[in-house]
Design a protein around this ligand. Sequence first.
Ligand code: PMP
Length: 398
Amino acid sequence: MPGGNTRSVLAFDPFPFRVAHAAGRELTDVDGHTYLDLLGNYTAGLLGHSPEPVLAAARAALDGGWALGAVHENEVRLAELLVERFASIEQIRFTNSGTEANLMALAVATHHTGRRKIVVFENGYHGGVLTFGSSGSPVNVPHDFVILPYNDIDAFDTAIAEHASSIAAVLVEPMQGSGGCIPGDPDFLGALRSGCDQVGALLIFDEVMTSRFSTGGAQQLAGIRPDLTTLGKYLAGGLTFGAFGGRADVMAHFDPASAGVGQAVLGHAGTFNNNVASMAAGVAALSEMLTPEVLSATHERGERLRLGLDAVFSASGRAMCVSGVGSLMNVHGTRGPVTSAADLARADDRLKEAFFFAMLESGVYLARRGFIALSVEITDHDVERVLEVAAAFDPFSV
Ligand code: PMP
């Protein structure tokens, strides 16, 4: 493997540790070190490691065979559970990843509108081939992207006026996740909804990370109904998963029976789209574990950790802060508030790297980029311990 890995984000200098096994809220490496897992597989591990109901459901499904090559019961049940949960999702289809979900959402948006331009935001992340740091990425898919600053209503209104009838879709994370846990301002998200309505473009909420904010996702908290939503990560209990869905008239392009006369029916292929382990795991996760109480307790614990860490950093006088919403947060090497990529441009990333290594040394695992995604297994006691370790952090002793 070039670079010794097959998922770029997992590599760090001098070398990443190798995990031998995981259980509950802990990871153990091949050298026998145990870490409190504050990363939760970049949000896919919301339910912790090997949650019993998910494991039992996946095992039972595998006992019935897995290379079915046919529609099956859990797939239908999972679709029903998701449509019940997310108010804006009238119809849904499954993919293997969040990236694929976004690729399919963009494909159907350009097809539905007959337009080419896709509005995205600086610092946005919608998958490895849909990455928008300060510009695009050489591995991005070649859509006609218009890249705008996040949380900037004026810039959006100007772009809408300029490109009007050529915009197919606006693709946005309600909180930028990989870009540093930058919450979307409710007025900004509202302006995206009205701008799309004004010019007939589709609003796509990428809720691959943010759907955990409530049973109905970030869109429920913001009171906004996107035309399409993309999902992924934890919704199959930590197994491979992605989904896209939304307005029935848009999703109908995939239905041979209801596609408009003279209109091409869209294909959506994928050998493993309805893989039996993920579908069964998703049914168990949604029907047995992801209750409103569990989601809100994890959300609140996350709020306590974020505010606690922020208080620790300001008490220490260091130019560091933490941004985020609920159980998702990011440590930054700059004073807050962080509301856009521009605020991060002045950050000293060495501080958050030093923090990462100091935490690792104390047996706490987060992402090197400072990202934390709590799982339901993390306890109040863990939060206290992390705050104590953070209070003792000294960048010059790492
Ligand atoms: N969208 C967002 C907001 C994400 O955070 C991610 C993954 N970090 C993706 C899409 C891509 O999902 P996947 O890694 O499953 O392809």
